[in-house]
Design a protein around this ligand. Structure first.
Ligand code: UD1
Length: 393
């Protein structure tokens, strides 16, 4: 059986790594006569990278750290408007499908690569499986929500991370036989990598990644107690008024209590410069701007952070399992299972500075409360591969 899986942007890499490992295990077992169930299931896997993320620290570093084999095919799409990224990916991916004629295309997450390759696969008559299906923010201003809706509507197998996602799909009329509740594949990576992350020294991460260069005096004073920030959504970084208010709060209020480590996404850095905020960020006391971090580095910082402030989806999930108090800088989330009301560690605060101020105090008081939703057990990829083998060619 021939499977093409697709990655494009940073959050895809931690989802594909366990999938590829599970395929290898399945192939190994297929050769072992004691695993007679899977004997006929030798899987030929091809990895396609669309090239949406191309900087070394947004892509190559993750392949190396997570032991992902080099992509068999790189479409080299790069940056562009949404229509450009999706359109160019479709044109290039169509050729790949026509040449390779796979039995399945497997897509992950909700980025432009996910949506583009899903449409192309279905138009070429190839069966489609979606890992991380059923998430819904119900916010149509998010490009990812459009990508999720399109991908799930077209998918033949929908691998969901939690029961709430199953319910979303049922409510949209997806037939029960297509919905496969398998758990959260991101947590496979977290569990596989947490020991390695634990060994990294926080000081080394800062020293290696600080945008300032070495800032020993500044960092060694308060590094015991810090909060961690990531920010990249258009809703937070594209409007100068919103971004200015957030930056002012960080510099003039949040860092009064706690050191702030900010791992700055390329699009955020671009916007900060465009709105004349970059110098302020760079010169703020007790704020350390960091380059985009590697997987283990960010996980390590998350393990010891007093609080995470983020608009990323994946970080909400990691905070949930690690128990790190998480302020989600959005008004909605496609991952409600990570919210406090479902036992998780995260609270929605949008970009309302008053709410961020009040909630951050409460969250720091609350401390760490780890939570593990059903089937977030590190074995999701094996369940996915078993389902694909059962579905067959
Ligand atoms: C994309 C995903 C988003 C995900 C995020 C994680 C979509 C619609 N969005 O958003 O869901 O949370 O990745 O990072 O697919 N850039 C670089 N180097 C790179 C990549 C991007 O400098 O390697 C800069 C470029 O200026 C580019 C901008 O970042 O225009 C935005 O990149 P893009 O891939 O369009 O979207 P993200 O904001 O990264």
């Amino acid at each position: 059986m021939k499977i093409i899986s697709v990655v494009g942007a940073r959050p895809n890499f931690m989802k594909i790594a366990p999938f590829i490992r599970a395929i290898k295990t399945c192939n190994k077992n297929a050769k072992d006569p004691s695993f007679y169930f899977t004997q006929s299931s030798s899987l030929h896997h091809i990895l396609v990278h669309t090239g949406q993320h191309y900087d070394d620290n947004m892509s190559r570093a993750f392949f190396e750290a997570l032991d992902i084999p080099e992509a068999d095919i790189n479409l080299g799409i790069g940056s562009g408007s949404h229509a450009e990224q999706v359109g160019m990916t479709m044109v290039a991916f169509e050729k790949v499908l026509q040449q390779e004629k796979p039995d399945w295309v497997v897509v992950v997450g909700d980025v432009n690569a996910t949506c583009a390759c899903s449409i192309t696969a279905k138009k070429e008559g190839v069966r489609l499986a979606h890992i991380e299906a059923g998430l819904r923010s119900k916010d149509m201003t998010m490009p990812e929500e459009i990508n999720r809706l399109v991908t799930d509507r077209l998918s033949d197998l929908l691998f969901t991370p939690d029961r709430l996602s199953d319910e979303n799909l049922r409510n949209e009329g997806v037939p029960e036989r297509k919905i496969k509740f398998v758990g959260n594949i991101m947590i496979d990576t977290l569990e596989a990598q947490r020991k390695k992350a634990e060994k990294i020294k926080i000081e080394d991460i800062i020293e290696k990644n600080s945008i300032h260069g070495l800032i020993a005096g500044k960092l060694l004073t308060g590094v015991q107690d810090y909060s961690l920030l990531t920010l990249h959504r258009p809703s937070n970084v594209d409007d100068p008024a919103i971004l200015t208010e957030i930056v002012n709060f960080l510099i003039h209020e949040l860092t009064k209590d706690l050191m702030l480590l900010w791992t700055v996404h390329p699009r955020t850095q671009k916007q900060l410069k465009k709105f004349g905020l970059w110098e302020q960020v760079m010169s703020a006391e007790k704020l350390i701007p960091l380059k985009p971090l590697g997987y283990h580095e960010l996980l390590r910082l998350n393990m010891d952070a007093a609080m995470v402030l983020t608009d990323s989806g994946g970080l909400q999930e990691e905070c949930c399992v690690l128990g790190t108090p998480c302020l989600t800088l959005r008004w909605n989330t496609e991952r409600p299972v990570t919210l406090q009301e479902h036992g998780g560690a995260s609270v929605l605060v949008g970009n309302d500075v008053g709410l961020i101020r009040k909630t951050s105090r409460e969250m720091i008081q609350r401390g760490r409360i780890p939570c593990r939703p059903e089937l977030w057990d590190g074995k999701t990829a094996d369940r996915i591969v078993a389902e694909l083998v059962e579905a067959g060619m």
